[in-house]
Design a binder for this molecule. Structure first.
Ligand code: GAR
Length: 193
């Protein structure tokens, strides 16, 4: 009967899905939180293969289906999803979904927001900008999602040093390491609070 007391989460991504996989693995042994759905707007993205490999139900939806939020909402209700986790999900969350999941959608961003946030700031674009500006630090931010890209309330940040020899590849590895270590733990404490 423990299933009744589980908090159900969905993870949305648009690319590789390495965070989605890491989150699924983290919660696979949890008795309190489970990933019941992986959602993506990119049917050919690597995240879809990961969902299949992990045997987590996968939902592919179009931008239009996200924006109308009718079919997608029905699936979230059916699977009793309480929280939606954005892990490399690149579409803007529509107002209707924000209203229905108020303070229940969280995102990870690969910089120390408010630096390097906003439209077009994702993945390696962020790391190139950090390097171009010779910043001494970068890091990760986990935040609530609101109507503006990367502007919701910050729940957690973790810094890392940008070293002299760093390039986009080495910096993205440092950031990924922080994301894998902290994001699942932050999700866990957020949904169980
Ligand atoms: C992650 O680094 C995440 O922080 C970033 O995309 C990557 C997804 O990697 N998100 C953004 O840039 C959002 N603006 P993954 O698909 O391998 O998890």
């Amino acid at each position: 009967m423990k299933i009744l007391f589980m908090k159900n989460i969905a993870v949305f991504g648009s690319g590789s899905g390495s965070n989605a996989e890491n989150i699924c693995r983290f919660f696979s042994s949890s008795k309190q939180v489970q990933v019941v759905l992986i959602g993506t707007n990119k049917k050919d993205a690597r995240i879809t293969n990961r969902a299949k490999k992990l045997k987590v139900p996968l939902l592919v939806f179009s931008k239009n289906e996200l924006n109308t939020f009718t079919k997608l909402h029905a699936v979230l209700l059916k699977t009793r999803v309480e929280y939606v986790i954005l892990a490399g999900f690149l579409l803007k969350i529509p107002e209707k979904m924000l209203e229905l999941y108020k303070n229940k959608i969280i995102n990870i961003h690969p910089s120390l927001l408010p630096k390097y946030g906003g439209k077009g700031m994702y993945g390696n674009n962020v790391h190139s900008s950090v390097l171009k500006n010779n910043d001494l630090f970068s890091g990760i931010t986990v935040h609530l999602v609101n109507e503006n890209y990367d502007e919701g309330e910050i729940l957690f940040q973790k810094k890392c040093a940008v070293d002299k020899g760093d390039d986009v590849s080495s910096l993205s590895k440092k950031i990924a390491k922080l994301e894998y270590l902290y994001f699942p733990k932050i999700i866990n404490s957020f949904v169980l609070k």
